[in-house]
Design a protein. Sequence first.
Length: 164
Amino acid sequence: MSAAPAPIEQHTQARLILGSHRSALLRVALRYRCEDPLAVRMAFPAEYALDADPYDPHGPYDPSDPFDTAAAPADRSAPDIEWVFARQLLAAGLEQLAGEGDVRIRPAFGMRTMVELRSPEGVALLQFARADLRRFLWRSHLAVPEGQELRHLDCDRALAQLLA
């Protein structure tokens, strides 16, 4: 039996839209695991969590923004926040508005893609370079071709994780 392909992880920048004239750049980890072939993951630094206190001096801080009054945080050791959604949703959202509910993806002006994440705590709107998302999706399709996902899915393990 051959070993499972290595997980795919690609780091990219996203622009978190904070208001009409304010945004912050953040590093996002895009992840794909062949043993979970239907899903992609986006991991963000914990200080950008939707439930973070906006007045917390350790909240999102952009040192390049002269109007950012937050203090530079000393410790960013909290675990990343990870959103998991369908790989097919990412693929569809690169071409047209896709998604209902918590995750919506759509093309935007200038070869950009917008990802909207909704939770009870609020909404996060992120802007990515479309080429970065396409490259990640292409790499995931090299590992598990579209339409072949069920051959890589361990249904018993997935059910056990769901029920755990």
